[in-house]
Write a protein that binds this ligand. Structure first.
Ligand code: ATP
Length: 259
């Protein structure tokens, strides 16, 4: 592969942008039945970057993650991973292409052991079938392999849910409210593990209720209001009053901004 003028010449002869977004939504509209939630949304996540997606309740953040992951088909627009159009591809194919969604609400099997949960998280397409990388990221899970997942603390259950992104070699991880309901010390631990993933070159798209925390770690921030992007830029270009103005129901933000 040769690199010329910011473009990679790949073996097939096709030329792709070297800095192509690892995930991109272009002109995406989507909703449920006759209700439109997202309206012509443009969003790009660059390789290795940390992008915060913020906005008030009901703005459409979870819906955007669902469209990106292939759980909801948009009524208009395009989703690409790398330079490939995946708009019509199912979630399983997008996962193979490097997208990992950590949905809100943990998504683990509470009645199975930690070990069984980890085995189920191992991607079928990977030759290396070890859950060691997840145990390295969250050592507390090593002591609890035989324990029923649902009997662990909320923080440990979230670490188990997050293990998935340490096992599938993703290019981009979409995280929906991973800090929800957790103590600050546990959130610190979880963010540290995620930032380690980021340091290894994995891009993160964070939907986060603790706005300050998200702004501290993000390279880029999108604000969503009623399904439209109302701001896209560097966190330093947003001050608190600007955030307040763009949030509907500012009380919620005030509460979380200080955490
Ligand atoms: P929150 O922070 O409250 O989760 P959000 O920004 O993630 O908010 P979404 O969950 O994407 O927002 O919801 C956007 C809108 O879509 C809301 O009005 C919600 O009621 C509606 N909605 C979400 N899921 C569905 C669904 N499965 N069927 C119908 N409407 C839905």
């Amino acid at each position: 592969m040769s690199l010329t003028n910011g473009h990679d010449q790949i073996a097939s002869g096709a030329v792709v942008e070297a800095n192509a977004a690892v995930l991109e939504l272009s002109g995406v509209s989507a909703g449920y039945g006759r209700t439109t939630v997202l309206r012509e949304v443009d969003l790009a996540v660059r390789p290795g970057s940390v992008v915060a997606l913020l906005g008030p309740n009901g703005a459409g953040k979870t819906t955007l993650l669902r469209v990106a992951a292939g759980l909801l088909t948009p009524s208009a627009g395009r989703v690409t991973i790398g330079a490939e159009d995946v708009t019509r591809r199912p979630p399983s194919q997008r996962a193979r292409q490097g997208l990992c969604l950590i949905p809100e609400g943990r998504g683990i099997f509470p009645n199975l052991s930690v070990r069984e949960n980890l085995i189920l998280q191992l991607p079928a397409w990977k030759q290396e079938q070890s859950f060691e990388p997840a145990l390295a990221a969250f050592p507390v899970l090593r002591e609890r392999l035989g324990q029923t997942a649902g009997s662990m603390s909320g923080g440990q259950q979230q670490m188990l849910a997050l293990s998935r992104c340490f096992l599938s070699d993703p290019k981009v991880v979409l995280l929906d409210e991973v800090s929800m309901g957790l103590a600050p010390r546990i959130i610190d631990e979880i963010f540290e593990a995620l930032l380690e993933l980021s340091r290894r070159g994995v891009a993160l798209l964070l939907v986060e209720q603790y706005v300050n925390r998200a702004l501290q770690v993000a390279d880029h921030v999108y604000l969503l209001g009623r399904g439209c992007v109302t701001f896209s830029g560097r966190p330093t270009d947003l001050d608190e009053s600007e955030l307040m103005r763009r949030y509907i129901g500012g009380d919620e933000l005030l509460g979380s901004a200080t955490k």
